[in-house]
Design a protein around this ligand. Sequence first.
Ligand code: KG4
Ligand code: ZN
Length: 352
Amino acid sequence: MRVLAIESSCDESAAAVLDERAGLIAHGIFSQVDLHRIYGGVVPELASRDHVHRLLPLVRDVLAEAERTGPGRAIDGVAYTAGPGLIGALLTGAALARSLAFAWDVPAIGVHHLEGHLLAPLLEAEAPPFPHVALLVSGGHTMLIEVGGIGRYRVLGASRDDAAGEAFDKSAKLLGLPYPGGPQLAALAATGRAGAISFPRPMLDRPGLEFSFSGLKTAVLHAVRAAPLTEARRADIARGVEDAIVDTLIGKALRALEASGLDVLVVSGGVSANHSLRERLTAAARRAGARVYYPRLEFSTDNAAMIAVAGLARLQAGEHEPLAIGARAQWPLESLPPVEAAGSVTAARKQP
Ligand code: KG4
Ligand code: ZN
């Protein structure tokens, strides 16, 4: 089976072609960062309009690439991100995906964006085994999930307020860094001194697997106002923020491994691109006797390859959508049906 996938849930337009035997054949992405930068964040209506411009050329490109590597092979199904996300943005991808599926007379499947993030590491040569614990850290979500298989998700803990990515982004804004703040703050933190400014480790001192990052931005605001904001002080604050978030994520992830009795950890979502988190979490997990798996950097943040992995697994299991265009701004991860015959998706690990 060969699947075309489309992602348009936020500010990245993306398309990919994944083949159950040949693996990932083509993928393309267009980031709208330049479009939203002057507004300091994503403007939903602009995002939707830009997806309309970008998606079709991206789809043409990945189909042409697929044709070059395997002439004459048809697309057997279309996967698209159906939620959660910005509803207008989601609908642009849903409309295109459903229309293509209708024209080609193949099934279409609406994919849960977070399931895409959770399954992104299956694209790597060394894929994580099930069951495992997943730390999902994106711009909108921070969750610890026990993953029994594809579609078998039990949420162990989540953020009560801001997500980890949001904490990075809001702190970056207070430091005067341009959108999108997370990667910018991380770059500035690399030049700051560890321990020069210490921020609270949210809820690390309390039992349980829940997170709360909203207090961090208030602490950052006080630090920004407390003394002249020299370049050196900005870097120290950035370092303090990154260390507080990373310490909290590591502490809770190790606690989740211990509570579940599992020794495999998957870390995915945009914040999993953070270098300090990767380095320190890998070392901490090793000390605790656990292995950690990440998607490659380009598949940590939003992309269509991960939507293709989830879509392929569900289409292979016979799932598909009725003939209607729909998307969901909110969608509980635990409401997804389990995929019984998930074994064959492992073929998707192969690289072109
Ligand atoms: O998964 P993602 O691309 O989109 C959502 O589904 O939300 O995650 C985006 C989030 C943003 O908050 C962004 O600032 C953060 O991931 N992010 C990072 C880094 N790269 C992306 N945060 C910290 N360090 C990074 N290197
Ligand atoms: Zn995402």
